[in-house]
Design a protein around this ligand. Structure first.
Ligand code: TEU
Ligand code: CA
Length: 562
């Protein structure tokens, strides 16, 4: 028997944009509760919700001022209890998002730490004196285009923040901090939740002495922060201690968000014998389109690179590790616009990408809206950039002397705003996200008239939604796909095809093949059947896939009996 989280499909909810029931334009907990039957019918076994705790919302809830309270924007603690109970009644487990690398600067721990260095909370954050000329203690930059240190006149010291100044980093070196955080997790476990996604969890340990990063290096290719504040020296130790303190530690699931993680560190965090995390969220496959200047310098990507990344990470996270599988989230653009084709082949490319990804060894995490192939928002001007990361990046590019139009173009395709637009439930007003007359916090994508849940659920032709339901059912009913090993099937170097075999020790196997391009390309099914015969095609995204013995058509994917 495998643990439950290996045999489930997780659905990632961005609460602010899922369903607004009270008409304030912001998605809420009752909205999530209302849609649980929809998720159950899709085959979802667990939801992960972005942070809904009390927060000034500087970074949409990733700046938490009270971990034990629900932000009134989203509802009440009673709404959360109702959500958990209803989810369980529908066979759906609930994962919350723990943001434990930092708090909000309005958290009582921080205000106490700032005003009373000698008091109980004095060491809860990373405080340092200024240099002799008043300069910050080192040259670290935050991930959001600012310096990583902010001066506090009140305490006469700088504090560290790897994200916005309103998100001061907690000092995990200080044991009471670690205790307070595991107590917080237990508070929610005792309320019935089944696990957590842990935000930027490989940033919790900073190298002692907080050394400056070497100057003049290409930060995109050289990652000078590795071992300094990413994958620092004590991450594994902290995670092991954290897990050992949890109630029901063996029943729940811990998914770590780990930017810039390496195969080695990912393996150590997820090695079952280490009893730290169960899965980590990987990043190489969402960086294929990063150019020499990084995320804000996009370049075309090659299917070959996707194939290499898949092979590398499936190899790195073999037993006793287990991968997570995701294609997009609230920090990334929409996958169909980014790696697929949101024009002519929108259905085909969305389904091919999901098939190639979600049938690998690991647990699929589907981001809300991907099940109907939601696309990037058609931004027109810099005014459409609302997110703090994208907005800062835009200003930064312009300050570097890049022309405003060019800066906007670079940001628009990759901005986090793209994936944060309201969920498209219907073709009606506000896409059914907010009640009629309300104004959603971010405009709905105008393509909701065609691309929405109601349209894709109705009728019996092809739809991305119906395909995803069948894809999940296929995975859940096929032992090779659930627990088999992964072996890449070799293809020509420049082929756009991703192909692999999932096999059990008993010899049974299932073959997955996907053409990640609009070009037809050669494929000989018989060559991959164990007995050389024409293998049985079980599944595919073209209606006649069962009779298909010919080449792969644009964005075609198929699943064969081994
Ligand atoms: O994101 C972590 C992270 O590294 C982000 O910088 C993300 O990769 C980036 O947007 C891509 O350029 C997590 C959360 O998912 C994100 O929403 C938060 O803003 C961030 O942590 C801070 O808590
Ligand atoms: Ca609301």
């Amino acid at each position: 028997m495998q643990p439950w989280w290996k045999e489930t499909t997780i659905y990632h909810i961005y609460p602010r944009s899922f369903l607004d029931t009270n008409g304030d334009g912001i998605g809420d907990l009752p909205g999530i509760t209302q849609k649980l039957p929809y998720l159950r019918d899709l085959g979802i076994g667990a939801i992960w919700m972005g942070p809904v705790f009390r927060s000034p919302q500087v970074d949409n809830g990733y700046d938490i001022s009270d971990y034990r309270d629900i932000d009134p924007l989203f509802g009440t603690p009673a709404d959360m209890d109702a959500l958990i109970t209803t989810a369980h009644a529908n066979g759906i487990r609930v994962l919350l998002d723990l943001v434990f690398n930092h708090t909000s600067d309005r958290h009582s721990w921080f205000t106490a730490s700032r005003s009373d260095p000698g008091g109980e909370f004095g060491d809860y954050y990373i405080w340092r004196d200024a240099g002799t000329n008043g300069e910050p203690p080192n040259n670290w930059r935050s991930f959001f285009s600012t310096g990583a240190w902010t001066w506090s006149p009140e305490r006469n010291q700088y504090y560290l923040h790897l994200f916005t100044p309103e998100q001061p980093d907690l000092n995990w070196e200080h044991e009471p901090v670690r205790r307070a955080l595991s107590d917080t997790a237990n508070f929610w476990l005792d309320r019935g939740v089944d696990g957590f996604r842990m935000d930027v969890i490989n940033m919790i340990s900073k190298r002692p002495g907080l050394p400056s990063l070497p100057g003049g290096v290409n930060t995109v290719t050289e990652h000078p922060w590795r071992g300094v504040y990413i994958d620092g020296p004590r991450v594994l130790e902290y995670l092991q201690e954290f897990r050992s303190r949890l109630h029901r530690a063996d029943e729940i699931v811990l998914v770590g968000e780990t930017p810039n993680v390496t195969p080695e560190t990912a393996r150590s965090y997820t090695d079952a014998r280490n009893r730290a995390l169960d899965m980590v969220l990987l990043f190489d496959h969402v960086a294929l389109d990063h150019g020499v200047g990084g995320r804000w310098d996009p370049r075309p990507w090659q299917p070959r690179e996707m194939r290499e990344v898949i092979g590398r990470w499936q190899g790195a996270l073999e037993e006793p590790s287990w991968p997570s599988l995701y294609l997009s989230n609230h920090d990334q653009p929409r996958v169909v616009s980014r790696y697929g084709d949101d024009g002519r082949y929108r259905y085909e490319s969305a389904t091919a990408l999901m098939t190639a990804f979600f049938l690998q060894r690991g647990t699929p995490i589907i981001y809300q809206g991907d099940e109907i192939a939601m696309a990037n928002f058609p931004m027109e001007t810099a005014e459409d950039i609302v997110d703090i990361e994208s907005g800062n990046a835009y200003r930064d590019l312009v300050a570097q002397g890049i022309d405003e139009g060019e800066a906007f173009r670079r940001i628009a395709g990759v901005a986090r705003d793209n994936s944060r637009t309201p969920m498209q439930w219907t073709d009606g007003e506000n896409a059914g996200f907010s009640p009629s007359g309300a104004t959603p916090w971010y405009p709905v994508n105008p393509d909701h008239d065609e691309w929405n849940v109601a349209a894709q659920a109705a009728g019996d032709g092809t739809s991305v939604l119906r395909y995803v339901r069948e894809l999940i059912a296929l995975r859940h009913s096929n032992d090779e796909l659930l627990c088999g090993g992964f072996d890449a099937i070799a293809v020509d170097r420049d082929s756009p095809v991703v192909a692999y075999r999932r096999s059990l020790e008993s010899g049974e196997s299932t073959v997955v093949v996907a053409n990640l391009s609009a070009e037809p390309c050669p494929w000989t099914p018989g060559a991959y059947a164990s007995d050389g015969e024409q293998p049985k095609c079980l599944f595919g995204n073209y209606v006649d896939h069962r009779e298909a013995h010919h080449d792969l058509r644009p964005w075609e994917c198929r699943v064969y009996q081994g």
